[in-house]
Design a protein around this ligand. Structure first.
Ligand SMILES: [Zn+2]
Length: 294
């Protein structure tokens, strides 16, 4: 079964991770632009980060047979630095026009400040202008209130719910997101937030419609194999393969295809690996023999 991790920060991960993910059946990923763990001090560093998501990281994924797409946005945490945030919003439209950008994100609330809300709304407007879906981060603290508030903002601005993927859900937030008509992402973590067994229970209760799972793996304690591990847990619990395939492949493809930038024929076929290829003169090989597959 082909698997899709629709929220993973591969920039923070190693080539070992790419190899293990490909072996476990992950054929496509979406890498949202996010917070890099330390506040950025210049707009230019966002620009180079955005370019690396479109260039080098996409190339790295291709070297292991994984199709790589990304989302572009100003993350909620850094939205609180208004001077920086305005600069990022100025350059964002250029990046939203690039091939491989399948949504605006991740955007939303962190501390649920008025400044965060201002930049959330401005980026919803950008998504409308560029006819893109949005990937929404929900806060770790006071999650239920933050999720409900996010849905209210979407409603108040007339943002089409079918174009919104609200992420990092749990038992408390999922019914609100589904009732609103948005798509619901679940980040499966090793120790916190949501695990594969709780996810099984949610799927047994709610089914597969508009439900996605991801690893949200990054530079913190996280596991890039959580999508295959959740698929396995669902199978062991007797959940039908059609439901697993919808959650782990069909739904992310359907959601991000709304960007008009997912080639459905391409994504349905296996990506070939040719490690003789270079990106701007560089390879991932460090002198090792290149793998070449048909
Ligand atoms: Zn993230």
């Amino acid at each position: 079964m082909k698997l899709f991790d629709p929220h993973i920060h591969m920039t923070s991960r190693t080539t070992d991770d790419y190899e293990a993910m490909a072996r476990a059946g992950i054929a496509a990923v979406v890498e949202p632009a996010f917070w890099v763990g330390q506040p950025r001090t210049h707009v230019g560093t966002f620009e180079d980060y955005f370019l690396s998501l479109l260039g080098w990281e996409r190339f790295r994924a291709s070297q292991f047979g994984i199709r790589h797409y990304c989302t572009m946005g100003l993350n909620p945490k850094e939205a609180n630095d208004a001077k920086l945030a305005d600069g990022v919003l100025e350059i964002l439209p250029t990046y939203l026009e690039k091939q491989g950008v399948v949504a605006v994100g991740e955007i939303g609330y962190d501390d649920q400040t008025p400044t965060e809300e201002h930049y959330l709304v401005r980026q919803l407007e950008l998504a409308r202008a560029h006819e893109l879906p949005v990937l929404i981060h929900t806060p770790h603290r006071d999650k239920k209130r933050g999720t409900i508030r996010t849905l209210e903002v979407l409603r108040a601005h007339g943002f089409p719910m079918e174009l919104a993927l609200v992420d990092h859900n749990n038992e408390e937030t999922l019914p609100h997101v589904l009732d609103a008509g948005a798509w619901a992402g679940h980040s499966i973590y090793p120790k916190t937030k949501m695990d594969e067994h709780r996810m099984v229970t949610l799927v047994q209760r709610y089914g597969s419609e508009r439900i996605l799972v991801n690893s949200a793996a990054d530079w913190g304690v996280s596991d890039p194999l959580k999508v295959p591990k959740t698929a396995k847990a669902m199978r062991e619990a007797g959940i039908d393969d059609t439901i697993i395939a919808a959650i782990c492949w069909g739904n992310p493809v359907a959601f991000f295809a709304q960007s008009g930038r997912l080639d459905l024929a391409e994504i349905a076929s296996a990506a070939s690996v040719d490690q003789r290829q270079l990106w701007e003169g560089n390879s991932v090989l460090r002198g090792q023999a290149p793998v070449v597959e048909d």
